[in-house]
Design a protein around this ligand. Structure first.
Ligand code: FAD
Ligand code: NAD
Length: 478
């Protein structure tokens, strides 16, 4: 008799591996199927996030930020550096070491918690069974009481700029460039474009970003997007909006890009071209047609609020289902599902999921934007505090940006917080916690914040909601 698992998970990205560990902690018998192999054909855990996403991109963002800081920002402190140099292979090796440390860490956690890793490509069959085909073609069928699909996403490709992994690259290629391109083109001024464009800009590339939409960062609060746009312009990111790429041609080792914009047709020559136009669910060949699982019109696995698919005992979580493509959203969905399988009443609060763009300064947000609230006819009060008035930000010579706090006009409940500024990712988390507890702007305003900290900007923005900020001239009187 083949052994029966309580849970079989397909995919070991943040959705899958966290669900696997949590399931094991809850006493469930769990297997995690992963197709990713390293250069030696060993199973590689961690998915997009650890291997080619969040972690390696942040490693390069931190290295390049330190380099740019030493090169450009020390004189103001009275520090002179003769000439800052960057050793790209050493920078990449550091990134790779961090990736293997973390992916190896998951292997260790699986062992410690008793999760069974199974190498191969998984496919869900009818009746919560999972067929696994390994890289030698061996097939086994796993019997499970529950299946969780956590197969993630892949980059979107566009016909006018086919990836050749040499001159025209996707986000994975952009994490592996062995020298700094003199001219770097980026198609798409979204999250990946801005993060990886920033890395190579800091290291010396001339970066031109071609964005199809006329609006910059349309998912962000308009005031924050405008503020961020000004800061990026100062940093030398050349962001061209309303630019539609219609063709590319590799000529003598360079990429010629043709695009149209309001001004007509244009041609640009780049050493490398990054295509960063979004990601799509990896839902092909993942389940048999009689499994009962369905896709929505965009190819995401259809699930309800509890991540249940239309097939009994089959769940789907993370990038492969609707909602933000974020690692923490993915892992929290995984936790919710296994807790429900274990009989707990878990639910996911989608209203309190923060999102961050790790440029410098960072852009971070939680809740609704002013524009979304207006569109919904919800009256709100807004408090804005600039980092230029923060003692800590000035002391750090890092005072670009603002905190914008939005509260319900009637109840004062915090509805959103939007930040562009130093450590925005960590600052917004304070508001996420406040929102999770149903806090009002006044609750934050009455909270004691340490001095001098960047957090004081969050405090002041909460005070500003009712025109009571201390360190700026308030527009509103009580
Ligand atoms: P994935 O991480 O994509 O994992 C899916 C796994 O399933 C993969 O390992 C895949 O090999 C495996 N798989 C797929 N099909 C099968 C199959 N049939 N059988 C077996 N295995 C299968 N998010 C953030 O929150 N913060 C960030 O800073 C951030 N930075 C990013 C930077 C970059 C460059 C990129 C590309 C993404 C970034 N993201 C970030 C997004 C984040 O990586 C994803 O939201 C997250 O990885 C989704 O997790 P997941 O587990 O759903 O899918
Ligand atoms: P994105 O949706 O953030 O940005 C893609 C951009 O490309 C958009 O602005 C879009 O208008 C533009 N675009 C689309 N087609 C185009 C075309 N043909 N020509 C020019 N521009 C075009 O997607 P992304 O940056 O590829 O990132 C993918 C996903 O990965 C995102 O959903 C994001 O959530 C996730 N991610 C998150 C982080 C983070 O949390 N810090 C970092 C990287 C990636």
């Amino acid at each position: 008799m083949p052994e029966k698992y309580d849970v079989v998970i397909i995919g070991s990205g943040p959705a899958g591996y966290v669900a696997a560990i949590k399931a094991a902690q809850l006493g469930l018998k769990v297997a995690c199927v992963e197709q990713w192999l390293d250069d030696s054909d060993n199973m590689q855990l961690g998915g997009t996030c650890l291997n080619v996403g969040c972690i390696p991109s942040k490693a390069l963002l931190d290295s390049s930020h330190k380099f740019a800081d030493v090169r450009d920002n020390l004189a103001v402190h009275g520090i002179t550096v003769k000439k800052a140099d960057i050793d790209i292979p050493a920078m990449l090796a550091r990134k790779d070491q961090i990736v293997s440390q973390l992916t190896g860490g998951i292997t260790g956690l699986f062992k410690h918690n008793g999760v069974t890793p199974i190498s191969g490509v998984g496919k869900v069959l009818v009746g919560a069974k999972v067929e696994v085909t390994d890289n030698k073609g061996n097939v086994q069928v796993l019997d499970a009481s529950n299946v969780i699909i956590a197969a993630g996403s892949v980059p979107v490709s566009i016909a006018p700029a086919p990836i050749d992994d040499e001159h025209i690259i996707d986000s994975t290629g952009a994490l592996m460039l062995t020298e700094v391109p003199v001219r770097l083109g980026v198609i798409g001024a979204g999250v990946i474009g801005l993060e990886l464009g920033s890395v190579w800009r800091r290291l010396g590339s001339e970066v031109v970003m071609l964005e199809a939409l006329d609006e910059f960062l349309p998912m962000m609060d308009v005031q924050i997007a405008k503020e961020a746009g000004k800061i990026f312009k100062k940093q030398g990111l050349d962001i061209r909006l309303g630019a539609r790429v219609i063709g590319t041609e590799v000529k003598k080792g360079k990429v010629e890009v043709t695009y149209t914009s309001a001004g007509g047709e244009h041609t640009e020559l780049f050493d490398k071209l990054i295509v960063a136009v979004g990601r799509r669910p990896r839902s092909e060949d993942l389940f048999s047609s009689d499994s009962g699982i369905t896709l929505d019109e965009r190819g995401f696995i259809y699930v309800n609020d509890n991540c249940e698919t239309e097939a009994p005992h089959v769940y789907a979580v993370g990038d492969i289902v609707r909602g933000l493509m974020l690692a923490h959203k993915a892992s929290e969905e995984g936790v919710m599902v296994v807790e429900r399988i274990a009989g707990k009443q878990a639910q996911m609060n989608y209203d309190c999921v923060p999102s961050v763009i790790y440029t410098h300064p960072e852009i971070a947000a939680v809740g609704q934007t002013e524009q979304e609230l207006k569109a919904d006819g919800i009256e709100c009060k807004i408090g804005v505090f600039p980092f230029a008035a923060s003692g800590r930000a000035l002391a750090a010579n890092d005072s670009d940006g603002i905190v914008k706090m939005i509260a319900d006009a009637e109840t004062d409940r915090i509805l959103g917080c939007h930040i562009v500024g130093p450590s925005a990712a960590d600052l917004v988390q304070q508001v996420v916690i406040a929102m999770e507890f149903g806090s009002s702007a006044e609750d934050l305003a009455l909270t004691v914040f340490g001095h001098p900290t960047l957090s004081e900007a969050v405090h002041e923005a909460a005070l500003a909601v009712d025109g009571q900020a201390i360190h700026i001239a308030n527009r509103k009187k009580r």
